[in-house]
Write a protein that binds this ligand. Structure first.
Ligand SMILES: [Zn+2]
Length: 93
């Protein structure tokens, strides 16, 4: 079995060691190169900017309801509503 070597999400270094867990129980890593202390891959799809753009486009352009978007994309409607308040309107083209 080939397990990919973990690398730092901040600087890309492979000099990372396991360093406890965060409040939700996810493994955290300490980067020996830059000193970052965090999870390697964020669990939430809400942190993926490409996915965020896709969700906002579905809600604004395709007129998908917030509850429907919540079911389809797995992002809570409160989060989507917050994005809509902060983000300028997308063009329809
Ligand atoms: Zn690093």
């Amino acid at each position: 079995m080939n397990i990919p070597a973990p690398c730092c999400a901040t600087c890309g270094s492979h000099a990372v060691v396991k360093s406890g867990h965060n409040s939700s129980g996810t493994q955290q890593y300490l980067c020996k190169a830059c000193g970052a202390h965090r999870v390697l891959v964020a669990k939430s799809p809400a942190t993926d900017p490409e996915r965020k753009t896709m969700v906002l486009r579905a809600v604004e352009v395709e007129r998908l309801g917030l509850r429907a978007a919540e079911r389809v994309f797995g992002v809570t409607r409160q989060t989507i509503a917050r994005w809509l308040e902060k983000k300028p309107k997308l063009s329809r083209r």
